[in-house]
Ligand binder design. Structure first.
Ligand code: MOS
Length: 767
């Protein structure tokens, strides 16, 4: 498969899925599952006991963040800096006949203007022109002075209508409906013929916008031929390479810096248009230029999670054994591609026969982008809802149905056994923590009185998160016994600095606060994008590797002083001592001094036996809800999220990831929906007042559980990713809890009161 250009301009999730999968090429999928190579049985691996790894450690940069000293991209001010602004098309489809920049350039305080659109614009919000001025107000005024002549064209923003033959064609290069995924395993006709029970359902998910707290933004500054860009990005190396290509300059002449960031969720994975605009304006004027997105820009032109209409058919034996699955999906990602959502149905449950067909539907809407577990959250909502409706048809416990079809192999991608899979433990511990036995035995039966109904639901998660081999990190020891860790990774707000410090401190016999962390700079050693739940399983093992090398060297220096073999040197309490004669010891400070100058140790994240094992992350989420059957309002009362993400590095920030993932899934499940206006082709709710996001009042008690299954093959720490796994099943678990409460499945998220009441009417009508 051709590696995609690392620009993030509306191409859905395809951009980083290859990396998320650990370079396991996806397309074309094998027609049949590859027969698995005989793999050695898993050795009884016991994880070593650590002092910091796996324990809760407070963020080493927490004070800096909460006191406002941490510099985000928005805070960057450079001498002589100008403010750039982008003019966007108000039309969903138009021919740009002419752009007259002269009136804008004539305004005092305006230093440069650029034309950005040529020919057609295909969505409202597409960039048309840009200016740089002394301040924001002048830039705004200048935008209003630019004269653009449009010849409007027919458009379609309603993705149902876009499928009709009479709809305007969105893209010149292809029709509005395009097949994006096909997969077959076994023979589904035969499978359905063998089934005792067949259930067929359609589930729908809406458009969910990333809306990170910090909007997208860039500050570009040229120092001679060298471009320095401060960018709110999930990928400093990717943006550097993308910028070098876009500006036709060597990558060696570009530095991308991102110190702190207020979230991205996938919308900042690649090069953004505003970054290129800032760099071009800065080059033209010879002064630094800052371009920040307004909240509205973030709602119209930097992506969202594509919608889906998933029609499933499942066949099962009376005892719950799955015999056939089929999925027909339509997804919309505007002018870009939608997500394929099939991974859960292909991989989560053991089922010999499976057939998938997926299509994307193009519309005159800004392109989608990867959003926290792209495709998987939609697919998990569909599949897990279906499993509960099947369980009801079989009169089975939904958890038993899931356990009955437990798969120890990755059936879709590789056919290989999972290196480790702690999902069974997640089911067990999660069910216990929520009180699974309290659920209604059948959906909607025996659950409260008056207008309130209560229910409990479960849903399963699968994701990648194995990390990227080849990730680099340096540990630098200084003669004054200070230590620095340098890596070109970045912190999206997840606590990257702290997990790196934890690993370095653990290995070097220091404390996390002793370690100076340098990240967020493309001049530092290579690390992958912080997407795909890749950061910790890529970076932590590289830091570990570098720190182990540093310890080896320190021990050799200590051995010389102690006059023993390096193998006989013990490290404890900031001293090195002789194993045989503990009285013989030398403090850290003296040994470090022997280095004489700062000394870097290079670490690398090693590979894993991908030809023998599949490496995935898992989880089981349990929700308890209360539904008001008169108003249709859903309230989540209690939530348990059990995760298998291998060894946890920092329990505190790991719990934050789980709470965040659950919150985001709750919000998407109940509230969030971007709405398009057919009459104008624009987003109706491009702000945080009309686009509803869950607040703290909507969030119940959330209990994260880590089953801590140690994977000895995946990397030197046994760690896997967590950010996305915690998001995958959360909307689905809530939907199943609602089903358990009211006895009818809502089948579409967000489950607004209107949709809940419609479902209840459907139940009354007996359909
Ligand atoms: Mo991602 S969709 O940035 O993990």
């Amino acid at each position: 498969m051709q590696k995609k250009d690392f620009t993030d301009i509306g191409d859905g999730s395809s951009l980083y899925m290859e990396e998320a999968r650990g370079q396991a090429t996806r397309a074309p999928r094998p027609a049949q599952a590859v027969p698995s190579k005989p793999a050695a049985a898993l050795p009884e691996a016991k994880a070593p006991e650590y002092k910091y790894i796996g324990k809760p450690t407070r963020r080493i940069d927490g004070r800096e963040i909460v006191t406002g000293r941490a510099k985000y991209t928005q805070d960057i001010k450079l001498r002589g800096m100008l403010i750039g602004k982008i003019l966007r098309s108000p039309h969903a489809a138009a021919e740009v006949v002419s752009i007259d920049l002269a009136p804008a350039l004539a305004l005092p305080g305006v230093h440069a203007a650029l034309k950005l659109a040529e020919g057609k614009v295909r969505y409202a919000g597409q960039q048309v022109a840009a200016v740089a001025a002394v301040d924001e107000r002048t830039a705004e005024k200048a935008l209003a002075l630019i004269k653009v002549e449009y010849k409007t064209l027919p458009y379609v923003v309603d993705w149902e209508r876009a499928r009709e033959a009479s709809a305007p064609q969105v893209r010149d290069d292809k029709p509005n409906v395009e097949k994006i995924n096909e997969y077959v395993r076994g023979d589904i006709e035969k499978g359905f013929a063998e089934a005792d029970v067949v259930v067929e359902r359609t589930y729908r998910t809406g458009f969910e916008v990333h809306h990170p707290t910090e909007t997208h933004g860039s500050v570009a500054s040229w120092e001679g031929d060298h471009l320095v860009v401060y960018d709110s990005t999930q990928n400093v190396h990717g943006v550097r390479d993308g910028l070098a290509r876009a500006l036709k300059v060597p990558a060696a002449n570009v530095t991308v810096i991102k110190n702190y960031m207020g979230g991205g969720f996938g919308s900042k994975l690649g090069l953004n248009e505003q970054t290129v605009v800032a760099a071009n304006l800065a080059r033209e004027i010879g002064r630094p230029v800052k371009v920040l997105n307004a909240r509205r820009d973030n709602a119209v032109c930097v992506g969202y999670r594509p919608s889906s209409h998933q029609t499933y058919k499942v066949g099962a034996k009376k005892d719950g054994t799955l015999v056939a699955f089929s999925l027909l999906n339509y997804a919309s990602g505007g002018v870009g591609a939608g997500d394929d959502v099939a991974e859960p149905v292909v991989d989560v449950y053991k089922c010999p026969n499976c057939k998938v067909e997926e299509h994307t539907v193009y519309t005159n809407v800004g392109g989608s982008r990867a959003m926290r577990a792209p495709g998987h959250t939609q697919g998990a909502f569909g599949l897990e809802s279906l499993m509960d409706e099947l369980a009801a048809a079989l009169d089975m416990d939904p958890l038993e149905l899931r356990k009955k079809n437990y798969s120890t192999k990755n059936l879709g991608d590789t056919g290989l056994p999972y290196s480790t899979k702690g999902l069974d433990k997640c089911y067990e511990l999660g069910a216990k923590a929520i009180g699974w036995e309290r659920r209604n035995r059948r959906p909607g039966e025996g659950n409260g009185s008056g207008t309130i109904r209560r229910g409990i639901g479960v849903a399963t998660s699968i994701w990648f998160g194995a990390g990227v081999p080849g990730t680099l990190a340096d540990v630098v020891l200084y003669p004054d016994a200070s230590v620095e860790v340098v890596c070109g990774t970045q912190d999206l707000g997840t606590g990257t600095r702290t997990h790196m410090a934890v690993v370095a401190a653990e290995t070097l016999g220091l404390e996390p606060n002793d370690i100076t962390i340098k990240i967020g700079n493309s001049d530092y050693p290579w690390a992958p994008s912080s997407g795909g739940s890749l950061t910790t399983p890529s970076v932590a093992p590289a830091v570990r590797d570098a720190a182990l090398k540093a310890v080896e060297r320190l021990k050799a220096l200590a051995a010389a002083r102690l006059e023993v073999d390096a193998g006989d040197v013990v490290m404890a309490d900031r001293t090195f001592s002789s194993k045989g004669d503990p009285a013989k010891s030398v403090p850290f400070a003296e040994v470090y001094r022997d280095l004489r100058r700062e000394t870097p140790f290079h670490g690398e994240r090693s590979g894993m036996p991908r030809d023998q094992y599949a490496f995935n992350t898992f989880g089981a989420h349990f929700a308890e809800v209360e539904v008001n059957v008169e108003t249709g309002r859903v309230r989540v009362l209690k939530y348990v999220a059990a995760q298998d993400s291998g060894r946890i590095v920092n329990k505190l920030t790991a719990e934050s990831q789980v709470v965040g993932g659950v919150t985001q899934g709750l919000s998407a499940g109940l509230f969030e929906e971007r709405i398009m206006d057919d009459a104008t082709g624009n987003v109706v709710n491009p702000n945080l007042r009309d686009y509803k996001i869950a607040t703290s009042l909507d969030i119940p008690e959330i209990t994260p559980i880590f089953v801590d299954v140690f994977d000895p093959r995946i990397n030197n720490l046994g760690v896997k990713g967590l950010g996305e796994p915690a998001r995958v099943p959360s909307s689905a678990a809530i939907a199943n809890a609602v089903y358990n409460a009211i006895g009818v499945h809502v089948r579409e998220i967000p489950m607004t009161p209107k949709r809940v009441l419609e479902a209840l009417k459907r139940k009354e009508a007996g359909s």
